[in-house]
Design a protein around this ligand. Structure first.
Ligand code: GAL
Length: 956
């Protein structure tokens, strides 16, 4: 990422073969891209249009709600389905996806879309799960990933990136020429799920309209016929305030908002330090689009992602998301991130992130659901249920009241008159407990409604609303969802524990009201067509209402927590509500049985409101009985216990033969023009330099300069003797908008030469191992940022005037990958990596038996293997845990050859995700550690940890 100042942030259509009112794209089951062509004949194709209110699919308004997902941060394609099903289950109907140019292209003209890079599979999975896709192929994506998604080889292409410069243009057009066909084939207009195409990313710092125009012309030429969007940043500072007209204008311009900033250090203090977070309307021809709305944070201060989750927690979500919904009138939302994932290998951009990209999201890096997930579910279900009136609203007169500490803001649907009233504190940071009575006029009449806001909170109250077959006049409870099930309406409303609630429903005559035994103390009264229910939100109350000229209603009134226990899924026989389980993935009617795919963390009760009288969970019938609420109740089993072995049987070997004078580097590349590693195609991980010179015997000091990116180190040896290490230069901070030349002394190191080490007239070898922590992003679209060099940029020897002649070696093969499956970011140029010590098949029998412990400076490897026998049909995510050790060292960890990150002793991240799929859950796994120590250090052996255990899950 980059620095953002406060001011900056205040800152086709195809014929519908069969046209149905869709809430989600149809399922599809093709296997290969070329097969998709043939499937057009059988799959529904849809038309996408929009107006100032919303997106429309086949003419029907859609309220788009997406979570951002980065497939490149989950190197286990089978688990993509798990995450996407979790998105769907929390009420998202879309997923927003960056496509990472550098992840697919190790070398100019070379692309890979297989294995963990199989974007066709990704898009197919989204279709099967039933999520629309906002496709974001960049070319620039930012995303705190190396180079901001630009391939590192672009450093060697002349011309300013993210402009219409010819060199860059040729490069990015080739990328789009490769990725666009996948996106085009998967568009909703061809029966797929891609509904929007985002060009570029926060293109606010440059002024090249032609570039924006070229990007879109290319997309259109490649067959993209859905609306093209752009996520503008930092509105006030942008180069144009109207993206809807003129050269480079997009169809739908959206805005990115991160109102809570990225200061996870003090998670409870700020309350919108970067503004109120109300998405600006950028055009009156297209809907308001919250293109990236903050749903977590990077952990730039290294305080741990739990603090980021707190910074962007439930209270933040309640206040900012609801405030934005009602104030902005946005009908397209994308939340960044829905699930962050892992910066495995050399994916991170070093300035802001390390291995974990958990992001403090509602779904953790290990795919676990949090209280933020519950809040998304409450809000998203409401958006789904009320999408009809919500997708077309104008600002409206808000109900009056007399408490200046509280504020009401309203929108209304112009045709139905349905009102959506935001109740918030006047001072958004207020933590007081305030109450008032709203004087609220709706199409049903004038109502007085007591309301309360206790602390940081906000509510969206609905008035004059057709709630299925019911008419909701007003309510001080919030709507979570409602559905017609089995000939009656089931509606779920909720409020904060202990707060009073009032709901008024309209009838043509007095209905029969039956309050079922339970919580809430519901009192009912009827007068003049209004049934008024007064109650306290406590546990879950149930009220059955029939007669009064409407179909029967089961009204469920719960606390936030009780409401969050409900899941909603749709089947061909209608919607289903399920109370219980830890996740309902989907539901299906088979014969007379309602078949649920659900996860459970423990055995427990389940209650089902749905079609049919029989229930199966994960293909196993469960006994159920009817309840007084007209639901079915039963019990679901929990998971069997899971265990992991202790890691034993370690073997070790030290490396870095490159330090020795006699090492044969004749096959290495001669570094004859610059020492920048990227010039020689060594873009990721460690790079070795060996410099030869003839000693004078009078040398005293080696002086070096290297650029590693933040947190990187480099190490120096002379004639095999370790001289020491230094912090590498960062050079990311020339400053926004400046073109200051790179710091001439970026990562200085000065090392004394022990006397007697060099002898006059004798050849000497200086060996330098430089880590590359990743490439800077290009947020400000300046030439110098992403092109800042990596590697050894200067070396001199005091006391010697002679020339040093250099050779360089990074990852084996350089841009010509030797390990195509694991790809460009898996390996750097450590000796062990070049020799395959990280790979499962490597024979370490000759290595010394020893567990990780004391190490000397340099590079030491440890290997072991472990068997896993995790229970089948269970989801048991594991991490590798590193206990803090002594000394300055860092560890690259490889599981079955995959580089799953870097533990840096002393830094906050001690647990590293080991995704199932590449981790064999029932089989033998190889663990290899490359320990790079700067001094004598002592590490404690890592251990496997079980993060969670669920019955269910997906098969990775
Ligand atoms: C946005 C950017 C994203 C990501 C985010 C911070 O400005 O578009 O790619 O960098 O900031 O996590």
């Amino acid at each position: 990422m980059r620095r953002r100042s406060r001011t900056m942030l205040a800152l086709a259509a195809a014929l519908a073969l069969i046209s149905t009112a869709l809430h989600a794209p149809p399922a599809k089951a093709s296997n290969q891209l070329h097969q998709v062509h043939q499937l057009h004949q059988v799959h529904q194709v849809h038309q996408v249009t929009y107006d100032k209110y919303s997106l429309k699919i086949d003419g029907k308004r859609v309220l788009l709600r997406a979570g951002e997902f980065h497939y490149f941060r989950l190197p286990s394609p089978g688990l993509w389905r798990d995450v996407l099903e979790k998105y769907k289950a929390e009420g998202f109907n879309a997923v927003s996806i960056y496509f990472h140019w550098g992840y697919h292209s190790p070398k100019p003209g070379v692309y890979d879309f297989t294995g963990v890079r199989d974007v066709d599979r990704l898009l197919r999975t989204a279709e099967e799960v039933g999520l629309y896709v906002i496709a974001r192929p960049g070319p620039y994506i930012n995303a705190e990933t190396t180079g901001g998604g630009l391939p590192a080889w672009l450093k060697n292409v002349p011309g300013r990136a993210r402009s219409s410069d010819p060199g860059y243009t040729a490069a990015y057009q080739d990328w789009l020429g490769h990725i666009d066909p996948y996106l085009a084939e998967h568009q909703v207009t061809r029966g797929g799920s891609v509904v929007l195409y985002n060009a570029e990313n926060e293109y606010a710092a440059n002024t090249d309209r032609q570039y924006m125009a070229d990007l879109q012309a290319k997309a259109r030429a490649d067959g993209i016929d859905v609306p093209i969007t752009h996520n503008q940043c930092c509105d006030a500072a942008s180069w144009t305030t109207d993206w809807s007209t003129g050269l480079g204008a997009v169809d739908i311009a959206g805005v990115d908002d991160y109102p809570q900033s990225f200061e996870c250090r003090e998670p409870d203090t700020p309350w919108g330090p970067w503004g109120e977070g109300v998405t600006e309307r950028l055009s009156d021809k297209s809907p308001v689009f919250a293109a990236e709305y903050q749903a977590g944070s990077i952990d730039a201060q290294g305080v741990g992602f739990d603090k980021c989750r707190q910074l962007t927690g439930v209270k933040y979500m309640k206040y900012f998301y609801k405030n934005n919904l009602i104030q902005s009138g946005a009908t397209l939302f994308s939340y960044y991130m829905g699930f962050g994932g892992t910066n495995w290998g050399w994916l991170p951009q070093p300035n802001d992130v390390g291995t974990s990209y958990d992001y403090g999201s509602q779904i953790t890096e290990n795919r676990q659901l949090t209280d933020k997930y519950d809040e998304f579910k409450r809000q998203n279900y409401f958006l789904g249920a009320a999408a009809g009136p919500l997708t077309e609203t104008d600002p409206a007169t808000a109900p009056a009241h007399d408490n200046s500490a509280l504020q009401t803001v309203a929108r209304a649907n112009p045709s139905s008159g349905t009102q959506f009233v935001l109740l918030r504190h006047t001072d958004r940071a207020a933590t007081t407990d305030d109450s008032t009575t709203l004087d609220w006029t709706t199409r049903d009449g004038r109502y007085t409604l007591p309301v309360r806001l206790n602390g940081r909170d906000a509510k969206v109250l609905v008035g004059g609303y057709d709630m299925g077959g019911q008419r909701l006049a007003v309510s001080s409870s919030e709507i979570m969802t409602h559905a017609e099930i089995g000939g009656r309406d089931v509606a779920l409303l909720y409020g904060r524990d202990g707060e009073a609630g009032r709901t008024v429903l309209r009838y043509s005559g007095a209905p029969t009201v039956k309050v079922l035994p339970g919580d809430g103390g519901v009192r009912a009264s009827y007068a003049n067509g209004d049934l008024t229910l007064d109650y306290t939100h406590r546990g879950l109350a149930r009220v059955q209402i029939s007669g009064g000229g409407r179909r029967p209603l089961l009204l469920l009134l719960g606390t936030d927590e009780e409401a969050a226990k409900f899941w909603r899924a749709d089947t061909s026989a209608g919607p289903v509500l399920v109370r219980g389980t830890s996740l309902l993935r989907s539901a299906q009617m088979r014969g007379g049985t309602l078949d649920l795919r659900a996860d459970t963390a423990a055995a427990g009760d389940i209650e089902v409101f749905g079609p049919g009288r029989k229930v199966a969970v994960n293909d196993t019938a469960i006994p159920v009985h009817g309840t007084a609420s007209g639901s079915l109740a039963g019990r679901v089993p929990g998971p069997r216990p899971a265990t992991v072995p202790a890691l034993t049987g370690w073997r070790t070997h030290s490396e870095a033969p490159e330090a020795a004078t006699a090492f044969d580097d004749s096959s290495w590349t001669v570094a004859d023009h610059t020492t920048h590693a990227d010039d020689y195609g060594f873009h990721n991980g460690h790079v070795w330099y060996r410099g030869r010179f003839t000693a004078t015997g009078a040398e005293t000091t080696v002086k070096t300069n290297a650029i590693t990116g933040k947190n990187g180190i480099y190490q120096v040896w002379l004639n095999g003797r370790y001289l020491g290490s230094a912090a590498g230069g960062v050079q990311a901070d020339a400053g926004e908008g400046t073109t200051t030349p790179p710091n001439p002394d970026p990562g200085p190191g000065s090392f004394s030469i022990p006397s007697g080490l060099l002898k006059k007239g004798e050849p000497a070898v200086l060996s330098v191992l430089v880590e590359n922590m990743g490439h800077n992003d290009d947020w400000t679209a300046e030439e110098i940022r992403h092109k800042q060099p990596r590697g050894l940029v200067g070396a001199s020897i005091t006391g010697s005037a002679g020339q040093i002649s250099w050779r360089i070696q990074g990852a084996k093969g350089g841009e010509d990958l030797t390990d195509k499956a694991r790809g460009p970011f898996n390996n750097g140029g450590l000796y062990g990596e070049r020799t395959g010590w990280h790979l499962p098949g490597f024979g370490d029998g000759g290595w010394k038996a020893s567990a990780p412990g004391s190490v000397t400076p340099g590079v030491n490897w440890y290997r072991t293997a472990f068997g896993l026998n995790l229970p089948k049909k269970q989801d048991v995510p594991l991490t590798l845990h590193f206990a803090k050790g002594d000394g300055k060292y860092r560890v690259l960890l490889f599981v079955n050859g995959w580089n799953l990150g870097q533990y840096i002793n002393g830094e906050v991240q001690q647990d590293f995700a080991l995704p199932a799929g590449l981790l064999k859950e029932r089989g033998r796994n190889t663990l290899a550690l490359a320990v790079v120590a700067e001094n004598d250090a002592k590490l404690s052996p890592p251990s496997l940890r079980i993060v969670a255990n669920h019955l269910g899950g997906v098969s990775p």
